[in-house]
Design a protein around this ligand. Sequence first.
Ligand SMILES: [Mg+2]
Length: 332
Amino acid sequence: MTTHPHLHTLLSLTAADALGAATEFKTPEAIRAQYGAEFRDYQPGSVFGFAPGEGTDDSQMTVATLLGYARGGGLEGVLAALREWLGAGPPDVGSLTRAALSHGRLDGGARAWTQSGHQSAGNGGLMRVAAVWIAGFREGDLARESATVTALTHTDPRCVAASVFLTAFLEALAGGLPYRPAAEAALGVMDGLDSRAVLVEAGLLGLDTRAAHDAFRAGDRAAHTQVRARVRAALDGHVTSQSGFVLDTLEAAVAHARAETWQAGVERAVLGGDDSDTVACVVGAVVGARGLALPAHLLPPLRLGHSWPGWERGWRCVERFPALVEGARARA
Ligand SMILES: [Mg+2]
């Protein structure tokens, strides 16, 4: 790998997301009937009208987060950047993400979670949290920032724990640990973080969001247990579903990303359908951090399927991402 590992990972997750755009919400049978048993290049057929080679909300929000860091202003800056992305009317937005960002406050995620009856635990935080590692946060700072950036939209403790695990996993893999020890190390990071205290300290949970605070405290221990069980099942190859439920997405991604090659890991997610673009995006982050090489033909056509302040739909990722990553890492 000649590219810097963080830039490589951003390109990897975006390319994987763009491959999955064509198969999102389809069944494995319908995908095979339409595209065949292999999936090696960007294809038409996105239900949201993304053109071949365009990354969806997952990679767009990852980039928006990096734009927020690049401008400075920390967590408030990230929130503002995500709101600019939403304000430009992207083709696909998760319902909890929209509700949370619409509050325009750091505790909007907690408020939206309470409005959902503390039931909503989608993958909308997990899908973009690799940005925190790409932006240069390390070790304890990485764990804390992953918790807060996730809870901006997804405050359920399962969402927060999954994200803290994922970025620690990326760090461990990029540091050279083999797959299973890296996963075990990341579970240890997850268990070592008092996420509730971090969210209170950062102003994402508090007196104004007492119901969310109490629900988080009541569910946090079980969330860790569930993430640990799903990761260990995934290490043995188990996949429950490619649904948008955060634990299903995490399990599927960790299972697929064990593959020997970039193509093999991402292809399993793309052919698996359902929330295939998000599962592929998380796989792309993991295989990127492992340093697996992207097929070269996927880079020149790669773009993002939305324009918002700071990004144009026609821009080539391979040309724009280096300065974006450099800018975020200089300021985060
Ligand atoms: Mg998507």
